[in-house]
Design a protein around this ligand. Structure first.
Ligand code: AMP
Length: 195
């Protein structure tokens, strides 16, 4: 595994189905690694809230539980990764999610002369995911957390994103971590897996 100058893992992708706890763990792990957590879902939601052009392009897909088109998503990530704080490392949460996004991320990293250190898949079974997502819907009222949209998001993950895990596994950079348990338990497992 390639490491940054200070000996820590620096370029990380966190994958896993909706509800696996990626967002919470991404923030914690990124802080531990000293890199920015870059969540495409959070960036989209902020743009929707601020009614930007990007937000307007993304909203209808998000509300339906579908993926925002690759061109839109890739351009946004390219822009974010070119910021200075991402030069020495980053933790991507929720990207890449399609084969085209994997190809685009490869190109971006190649152009910068760097590569991913590790891809972490946070795993959880479907019943647990639905339970968690419905709980979050009740707490946070996210517009894409209704039951039918939750089911669609899980389907889209299975159809378009689950296979990417195998792709990274074939590259020898995949680590699987059980996402079941308390936030602290999962964080400890993640750190253990990356050490
Ligand atoms: P998340 O918070 O990661 O679950 O993302 C929420 C929603 O944002 C998703 O259901 C998609 O509509 C959209 N989204 C986030 N990341 C991506 C991505 N990499 N590609 C396409 N759409 C995305």
């Amino acid at each position: 595994m390639t490491t940054a100058g200070n000996g820590t893992v620096a370029r990380v992708v966190l994958m896993g189905p909706p509800g696996a706890g990626k967002g919470t763990q991404a923030v914690r792990l990124a802080e531990h690694l000293g890199v920015p957590a870059i969540s495409t879902g959070d960036i989209f939601r902020a743009n929707v809230a601020e009614r930007t052009e990007l937000g307007q392009q993304a909203q209808r897909y998000m509300d339906a539980g579908e993926y925002v088109p690759d061109e839109v998503t890739n351009a946004m990530v390219a822009d974010r990764l070119s910021a200075e704080d991402a030069a020495t490392g980053f933790l991507l949460d929720g990207y890449p999610r399609t084969e085209a996004q994997v190809g685009e991320l490869d190109r971006m990293l190649d152009a910068a002369g760097v590569s991913l250190d590790v891809v972490v898949e946070l795993t959880a079974d479907v019943d647990e995911l639905v339970k968690r997502l419905l709980g979050r819907a009740a707490e946070q009222g996210r517009s894409d957390d209704t039951e039918s949209v939750i089911r669609r998001r899980l389907e889209v993950y299975a159809e378009q994103t689950a296979a990417l895990v195998d792709l990274y596994e074939s590259r020898g950079i995949l680590v699987r971590v059980d996402g079941l348990g308390t936030v602290d338990d999962v964080s400890a497992r993640l750190l253990d897996a990356l050490s």
